[in-house]
Design a protein around this ligand. Structure first.
Ligand code: SF4
Ligand code: SF4
Length: 165
């Protein structure tokens, strides 16, 4: 099962440590925290879509699915055609103006290769951000798996909401 970053939004305190960690790791923050005053704060990032339009339109294969399920990026194959930026419904891929190639979240490929968590997840002081496959994340946090959540929902029992980042 592919691994993603999940947000337990009730734990987010809007401190932006995730943004800062991303900027320190990649030179520019790819995750952004949106603030809704008196309501909540929500970090937003590439969705690493299951059917990723960016990957589908990339003419050179610069965008590809890696072994953990992340939509990763090979800068050496990018020709800066901007097709991925046009195709992404969330406006995620951004042009690196200096090198004239695209730049996007790869869930910290280099860190994952060393067995580390994505930088934003590591930096979050409240563990609002969690990385793993959905059952791993739910089991560690709630002692439940997706099947249990579905049966609880069918019985009308309230459950915490998680957002896939
Ligand atoms: S580091 Fe965690 S608590 Fe802070 S803004 Fe990001 S998600 Fe929210
Ligand atoms: S860049 Fe956009 S289309 Fe591609 S995986 Fe991320 S959110 Fe999906």
């Amino acid at each position: 099962m592919s691994k993603k970053i999940f947000l337990d939004y009730k734990r987010c305190i809007g401190c932006k440590a995730c943004e800062v960690a991303c900027e320190m790791t990649h030179g520019e923050a790819r995750i952004k925290v949106f603030e809704f005053p008196d309501l909540f704060t929500v970090p937003f990032n590439c969705r690493h879509c299951e059917k990723a339009p960016c990957m589908n339109v990339c003419p050179t294969g610069a965008l590809f699915r890696d072994e953990d399920g992340a939509v990763a990026f090979d800068p050496l194959k990018c020709i800066g055609c901007l097709m991925c930026a046009v195709a992404c419904p969330f406006g995620v891929p951004k042009l690196d103006e200096e090198n004239k190639i695209m730049d996007k979240c790869d869930l910290c490929s280099d860190r994952r290769a060393e067995g580390k968590l994505p930088a934003c997840v590591s930096a979050c002081p409240t563990e609002a951000l969690l990385y793993g496959d959905i059952n791993e994340v739910l089991w560690n946090r709630e002692g439940k798996i997706v099947a249990n959540l579905k049966s609880s929902a069918e019985k009308g029992e309230g459950e915490k909401a998680y957002i896939v980042l």
